[in-house]
Design a protein around this ligand. Structure first.
Ligand code: 13P
Length: 250
């Protein structure tokens, strides 16, 4: 039995005060979901200190949404993996399509970042996924394979054991268009097969999350698929009832 995970990605939303309210509301409703479902919230850097205690008390893990590709030094405006780990952050979302598209994130920088995440005893939530034109050209398998091979294949077996993968088709993010449960299962199964080419049986244990317009109304069907182990949730993570509603889908 694999881990079941519902992770929120708040992106650049909420003030710290609003974030505290949101996490309190999630904590208050969390019991409605099965205890075995792990909840993670990916908060803006500025919120980590304010939400971490409430999160910890309520068994909610904290993720950062990015980290620097350097360990420390003269890199104005950057936040290091060490800084995040020292605040109790357990996960770092890496390779989100918004970072790839708007901030020029490449596999080169992702290799540097993922190493620093592991060096600081955190675990990556590594995002992959194709754009609309790539799906239409039926290149989605090739795109996902390349994104995995260029970064994940460089991990050691011990690092791989801690990895969480998130498949987020870019055409489904924030658009209201969700991949069908069948589309999600087809590519999740493929992703697991690619992971197994390098890491063998360990890939059976890797949580592969679906992300892209996931809501309480569609989560149950998507999560019912054999290779879908939960979700990475954007918009719906900003409403406690919806986020917990998605966790209840298990
Ligand atoms: P939405 O759930 O808003 O489509 O966002 C998904 C996402 O990008 C999570 O990282």
């Amino acid at each position: 039995m694999r881990r079941q995970i519902v992770a929120g990605n708040w992106k650049m939303n909420t003030t710290p005060a609003q974030g505290v309210e949101l996490i309190k509301n999630v904590a208050a409703q969390k019991k409605q979901a099965k205890e075995s479902v792990e909840l993670i919230t990916g908060v803006p850097y500025t919120h980590i200190c304010c939400v971490s205690e409430i999160a910890k008390e309520n068994g909610i893990a904290i993720a950062a949404q990015n980290c620097a590709d350097k360990a420390s030094g003269a890199f104005t405006g950057e936040i290091s993996a060490e800084m995040l780990a020292s605040l109790g952050v357990q996960y770092v979302i890496l390779g989100h399509s918004e970072r790839r598209e708007y901030y020029g994130e490449t596999s080169k920088t992702l290799n540097d970042k993922i190493k620093l995440v592991y060096d600081n005893n955190m675990a990556p939530i590594f995002c992959i996924g194709e754009k609309l034109e790539e799906r239409e050209a039926e290149k989605h398998f090739d795109v996902c394979r390349a994104q995995i091979e260029e970064v994940v294949f460089n991990l050691t077996a011990a690092q791989f054991e801690k990895l969480i993968v998130a498949y987020e088709p870019v055409w489904a993010i924030g658009t209201g268009k969700t991949a069908s449960a069948e589309q999600a299962e087809e590519i999740h199964e493929f992703i697991r097969k690619v992971l197994a080419e390098k890491f063998g049986a360990a890939a059976e244990k890797t949580p592969i999350l679906y992300g892209g317009s996931c809501k309480p109304s569609n989560a149950e069907e998507i999560f019912s698929k054999a290779n879908v182990d939960g979700g990475l949730i954007g918009g719906a993570a900003l409403v406690a009832e919806d986020f917990v509603g998605i966790a209840k889908a298990f």
